[in-house]
Write a new protein. Structure first.
Length: 210
């Protein structure tokens, strides 16, 4: 089973790994392409694969009016990432204090000092740090100084559109369930609480879209 962390203080044996950073909401075909490439690096360099994601998603933290925004719950995401054969997942709480982290400090103190990352897999539009000041260019500029290598992957394009969580959300909102399922490479499902009328008991259920 995949190892779970709630902060960047990981065990020594997990340091010096391949690190993928992102929300990975839905773990769709585009994400799956990224993980396949990471698996290639894992075999080639004999390294572990770690994932950094955040809860809540930064966009939801800064816009708390967003409801039912995520394609997958934290539990679902962990299950889906486990199917991608990752070795550990860091789910960092995204709060006001963390949001003010300077981008260079994220590189120096977290990616280098705490994680000792060897390869960083990020999307071309990846932004990080206070006020989204950091970008892929900044990561590349600091490669030699902090001894890691940035791996940029081309986005997956299906029917002339980049496969993204935003695209899938849009398809679901418009009722195009079959199209969304194809981009997810599975049947979309949600988890939630419902109240049983006769006993007024709350039970956790999984509702699978058919």
């Amino acid at each position: 089973m995949v190892k779970l962390y709630q902060n960047f203080d990981i065990k020594k044996k997990d340091k010096g790994s391949i690190i993928l950073i992102g929300n990975f909401d839905g773990v769709h075909l585009g994400h799956q392409k990224l993980f396949k490439q990471a698996q290639f690096y894992k075999k080639k360099y004999n390294l572990k694969i770690g994932v950094i994601n955040f809860n809540p998603m930064p966009k939801m933290f800064f816009n708390q009016s967003l409801k039912n925004f995520r394609l997958s719950s934290i539990g679902q995401k962990i299950h889906l990432l486990n199917n991608q054969s990752v070795d550990f997942i860091i789910t960092k709480k995204f709060d006001k204090v963390f949001s003010k982290t300077k981008s260079i400090n994220f590189i120096k103190n977290i990616l280098s000092r705490k994680l000792d990352a060897k390869f960083l897999f990020v999307s071309n539009n990846f932004r990080f740090g206070n006020k989204r000041e950091g970008n892929v260019k900044l990561l590349i500029e600091n490669e030699k100084k902090y001894n890691y290598k940035v791996v940029k992957t081309k986005p997956l394009i299906v029917n002339h559109k980049i496969v993204s969580s935003s695209l899938i959300r849009s398809l679901l909102e418009k009722g195009f369930l079959e199209k969304a399922n194809k981009l997810l490479n599975r049947k979309w499902s949600i988890e939630g609480l419902f109240k049983k009328v006769d006993k007024l008991e709350k039970k956790l259920v999984s509702l699978h879209a058919i």
